[in-house]
Design a protein around this ligand. Sequence first.
Ligand code: SAM
Length: 367
Amino acid sequence: MRFYATVPMGLEEVSSEEIEELGGRIYSIRKGKGRVFFEGNQELVPKLNFFSRTLERVLILIENTCIDELEDIYTCLKSLDYSFIKPYQSFAIRSLRIGKHDFTSIDISREAGQGVIDSYMLSKGHRLKVNLDNPDVIIRVDLIHDELFVGLDTTGDNALHKRWYRVYNHPAPLNTAIASSMIRLSGWKEGKILLDPMCGGGTIPIEAAMKMRDIPPGKNRKFAYFNFMGKILPDYTEKEIFSPIYGFDRFRKHVDGAIENAKEAGVLDTIQFMKKDFLKVEDFEANFIITNPPYGLRIGKKRIIEELYTGLFERAVNVLKGDSVLVLITPHKGLVEEIIAKLGFTTLDMIPVKYGNLDTTIFKLKI
Ligand SMILES: C[S@@+](CC[C@H](N)C(=O)[O-])C[C@H]1O[C@@H](n2cnc3c(N)ncnc32)[C@H](O)[C@@H]1O
């Protein structure tokens, strides 16, 4: 069977590694388009949805082609086979459009939906029901520039990065799939001290602790494939491992929120959250720093951000011991390049990541 996964744009290679570890065979990576294509058997559907930490959605590939105009979407969708939809089931098109086009994503959904209905009518003599709110089957039609991706969504409206444990909502939470990709990229292994010195609601320490203890991120949720494959869930065993993971934040409110989130995730006994201003931390040792510092994009914050980032890197030089690594996500690429050149960091990797509308960079550095 052929599949594709949607992943944070820029992190396709990191996610490909995870897909391969879970049994998929990668055959194409659309770098910068947030799409990874792979082959495998049907068992991959529950496995990837349940265990993957870096993916957004898992889809069964129906079509991948290039188009010139809106009518091509209708023609393409009408030419495809939808016998996987039972006549009594309802469907919905969910569409996404990235790039410059003289039509909207609503136009894409309308054309695509009509294509599905007409194809089914031709082959089965039955008019399929549309249900936009609670469909049995979701078909995703994504147009990224001129490339069209059509897939049967096995995940559902609730993307995989939406974890159940987020009971405290930090005002600027990091996407959990990006957090997990940063952890993977860092090469952190249990036994090594991991610190997020600006942890907010605790996403990075919590994702690290869940990974170490083999806690599946797909626990406690439903998936779209239940509607057409049944409620199959893989077996798993959680591990009792306690390795040093720390999270600091300068605000009590966020530290308390991180504790609530970790409790909900079942990893509070694995992480130590502390209220600390990292810029004032004197005696602390870590092997890995993985962090998502404030972006401070509001007007008037430039000087504050320069001081904060300079302080963060100066402290990191003191804190990091041995064969250590710092992984950081930021929209301030130029500023970080200036600071790391002054302080003597070596860049191991630099990945542009589209995060919502923001152009960010993930740096992997060593001192
Ligand atoms: C972008 S948020 C982190 C969000 C977090 N990754 C999450 O998913 O919830 C940045 C955090 O850095 C904290 N922070 C800012 N300056 C700090 C400092 N000097 N020491 C420790 N934390 C700081 C802020 O309070 C804020 O919670």
